[in-house]
Structures are given as structure tokens and as C-alpha cells.
Write a protein that binds this ligand. Sequence first.
Ligand code: AGP
Length: 614
Amino acid sequence: MCGIVGYIGNNEAYSIVIKGLKRLEYRGYDSAGIALMGDNEIKIFKKQGKVANLEEFARDKDTSGSVAIGHTRWATHGAPNDMNAHPHYSEHEDIAMIHNGIIENYDTIKKELQSKGYTFKSDTDTEVLCYLIDDIKKHEGVNIGEATRLALQNVVGAYAIVVMSKDDPKKLIAARKSSPLVVGIGNNGDFYLASDATPIVEYTKQVVYMDDDEIAVLEPGKELKLYHIDDTEKTPYIQELELHLEALEKGGYEHFMLKEIHEQPRSIEDCFRGRLNASEGWVSLGGIKEYEQKLINANRVIMIACGTSWHACLVGEYLFEDLARINVEVEYASEFRYRNPIITENDVVIAVSQSGETADTLAALELAKSKGATILGICNVVGSSIARITDAGSYTHAGPEIGVASTKAFTAQVTVLTLMALSLANKKGTVSESKFRGLLSELEAIPAKVQDILEKNDQIEYISKQYKDAQNSLYLGRGSSFPVALEGALKLKEISYIHAEGYPAAEMKHGPIALIDEEMPVFVIATKGTSYEKVVSNIQEVKARKGKIVAIVTQGDQQVKEIADHVIEIPEADEHLIPLLATIPLQLLSYHIAVMRGCNVDQPRNLAKSVTVE
Ligand code: AGP
């Protein structure tokens, strides 16, 4: 996601917009830019990197003007560089635009415009939309507001955009669909625009949260005009802002981690948007399509990662082997790189990394590359080091993950690995058409099921209270829920500092059972599936030793309910997709326990968001 800011009024716009962009840097920081309305010209300054880079670059430039739009980018299409930074011009610099979102049909629109002779400067979907608005404005002979409205009727995807035109220098046009956009009603006939209220709250508390398919026309000294995309006028619903600045950056949540846990219905949907269509029965990961045969023919497929990303790889191993019958080896990158591993050009190495900058993962990948392996990447940060050195890859599109404890990035990684496994299985014919389409439908339904689980937050918080003083804990799971047990244990230990271990449930009898006593909470993923009865036996073994059981169970389960101390019910789903659901309650449990223990949830002691050193 990106951050957008706009101002139109009688004050100097540059400082207002720059300050607002800094408030939104948590939404993305790959590049930043600003467009200012000058005398019969639009001035654009933009630079890769943080807003401070932009300020340095613009220091000696003419940044005067009382109308400006600004953007801090989280790259989705096109690497993070100066050219792909927003704002974008139309071809002859008559129009400038900023955009937060993804135009899914940008390639079709781009080709149509190229056939009309347009030439593009960037790789972004945003520039395409800007050119389309310009093309319509010229050929239909309409003003910038109408041209924007007509253009958006051709667009498929998500957007929050702000547009300015040399022909209407005292006007800003704003529009939104799926990506947030707030209008601030200034006290002196001026207007503010932003992705959320953080850049606005210090100037005014009067805001309008735009709805989908709405277009706003902002002119200083005039009433705010709001239209539906079908051109019917709407009455703006003006609200009084109550939240304080600090809270606003977290979208009203107490911590970034909690915000990111609650973003997962959207981030999982963003991850499979444009890559999955259950009704038509296809999966398409464009980034790695041309490497699928290599994966199928590979001598070995090796997944390398660290921490939470390593747990995602373990889920991937189960999915690749069970669905696509492809053998996968999962390696800690730090071990792999120093073990003098046997790697040949017939191997495919997949690196999974949220930051794309983890030193061990990057080094292991470079080793694999040097030995001739095909290297693929699954990253969240576009243009990151790992993304740049791989032959191909898929981005997780989870948006910036600020909390050190990874949550939405994990479920997004598992989503991409699930899509890969399904695509390979379909290509190889290792799953029936009906099973394939059933899984596609089930995957499409996951965001809503995640939302159902998030709504159990209060019950989970209550359970957390019972175990916040535990000294040790055990997490158990079988099959693809074993990596979920590992992930749950990592979450607890890294933010609450309680010692936690994840284990395959069957392994408990090979040692850990000696730890069980009435002080030991044991978190068990006991959802319906292949090994359900065996997990129930493991639960009984724990209970026989007075251990406390918190079980994640399938909605409606009665059997475990009778023996566990607490159960958290999650919606039924195909066993292959349970990792996407069973993880959610464990994230919330660790979050609440950490908060109750007064820990710094977003920046736990000794930890960094990205371990860029060995
Ligand atoms: C997970 O909560 C931790 N922050 C950590 O284990 C993390 O997953 C690991 O450092 C790998 O980071 P990456 O995904 O950015 O490579």
C-alpha cells in the first residue's frame, strides 16, 4: 500500500504535503514525490527512498504553490526507482496523478494507448491511468473531472487517486475504489486529502471518508462536491475526527502488530488478487509461470529461509509434495550456506523472505546461483535484494509489515506457496479437476474465514489472561499444522519472552512429555483431518499429566471440547488450507499475552525487523 497526500487552498502547499507524507511513511517508503501547480506548469520532484531523500533533492528547487499532491510508494508494479516514483505526468505534462492501489487491467489499457501512438516512461500501472485520463480529456473535449470519471469506468482494480490539470489549476480531483481516501475540510475554504487522517488531523477535525466509486471535486472557497462514478451527485457525510495522531498511524489499533493481524483478510485477498479465479478454474502466478516446468523437472526443489519464513516453507513442503507430488527440501538458510551443499544446475532453489534483505537467505541464494541452480523468490518488498537477484519470483503484496513479529507476511507467503502448489498440481494432473476447483473455491473463501476468527478476539484475549504468567509452553501439531505449531511458538517467545517450543504432536512422547505439569500450557492444533484422532490421543496424554490444553478446533467440535481446558473454534476448511486459519488464533494469543506482560510488542527486545547482518 502507498501513502497519498493532497492540499489545495491559500497556504504554501509544499510543507503541508511533505509533512503529511512523513506521517504516511509507515504505508510505504520505496520512493516519494510531489507535484506542485505552478504558473501554467506542473512541477514534479520525485526520488527513490524515503521522504527525506525527496526533501534533499527539492531543497534548491522552486517548490512554491498552493496546490500540491504527494506520494510515498510501496512498489507493486515496477521497481522502486526515480522513474517509477509517483506522481506521474501525462505524455505532455498537462496532467499529474498519484495513485494507491493496483490497476489489474493496466496492460490491456496500455496496449490500446500504445496503438494510438503513446509512449510510456515508467513501468507503472499508474502512468497508464494518467495517460488514459489525458486521452479521454483531449478526445472527448471534457474537463479533468469528467475525463477522470470516464477513465475510471474502464478500470478494473483498486485505486485511490488524486489528479491535477494545468487547464484547471485551482482544482483537485480525487477518486477511490477499495483503497482508502479521506478529505479534510479546512477552516479557510481549503481542502486536504490523504490515505488516512494522520496528515489531516492537525489542520482540521472535519473529514469525509470517501466510499467506493466516489469522485470528489475540490476547489478552494467552494463546497466539496461528491459524485458517484455514474455521475449522480452525493451529499458528503462530514464526520468529526476523535482519534489522536499516534493512534491514527496504527489505524486505531494499539500496535502495528495488531493492525497487521487484522489486515490479513485484505492482505490474503491482495495476495491472490488477479492470480486465482475459482469460477473459471485457473491459477496464474505470472512471475514464475515460465519456470513451472523447471520446478516439475527439477532434480531437487530446495526452499531456504529464516524464522517465520522458514515455517512458511515447511507448509510449502507439505503442499508441494501432497498436491503436486514434487519433492521439496526445506533448509535454514544459515545452515545451508555453510554446509558446502551439493547443488547442481538441475536444482531449483526458492528463497522466502518478507524483507528480501535477510543476510543469510541472500547469501544462501547467491551460493545456489553460483553453482548454477535456478533461483526463485517469494518476497514482500518489491525490488529488495533477494527479489533483484532471483531469476523470477512472486511478490506477496501484503503491504508494509512494521511489527517485528511477522504475521500478515506469513499468511501471504503461505498463500503464494499454496497457489504455486495448486498451479503445479494442475499442470501435472496430480489432482483431479474437481479437487482442483474445490480448492480454488476454498482458497477464495479464506479471507472471510480469517475475519470470522478475528471476531473471536475477546474470547482469545480471555484465554490469554489465564496463561500470561506461564514460564514455558508447548505447541503441538501434525502434518501441515506442525509448522503452524512452530510459528505459534515463535510468536509467543519473540514478543512475550515466555519460553515456547513447537513440536510434531507425535514427538511429544520422545521427550517433551517429561515437561508436562499443571503449570504447562499446551497449545494444540486439533482440527478435523487425517490425523485428528491421533492428536486427540496426544491431548489425552497431556491431560493425564495435568497439563493445560488450549486447542484450536474445527467449528462445532465436541470431542476435544470435553477434554481441553479451552477451545478456539475455527471455520471448517480443506486440510491443505488449515495453516492459513489455525495461525490466526495463535497470533492473537501471543499478542495479548505480550501486552498483558507489558512487553514492547512492535519492537521486542534484542530483535530487528530485518536481520541484514549474519
Ligand atoms: C518472525 O516473526 C521474525 N521477525 C523473524 O523470524 C523473521 O521471520 C526472520 O528474520 C526472516 O525475515 P525475512 O522473512 O524478512 O527474511
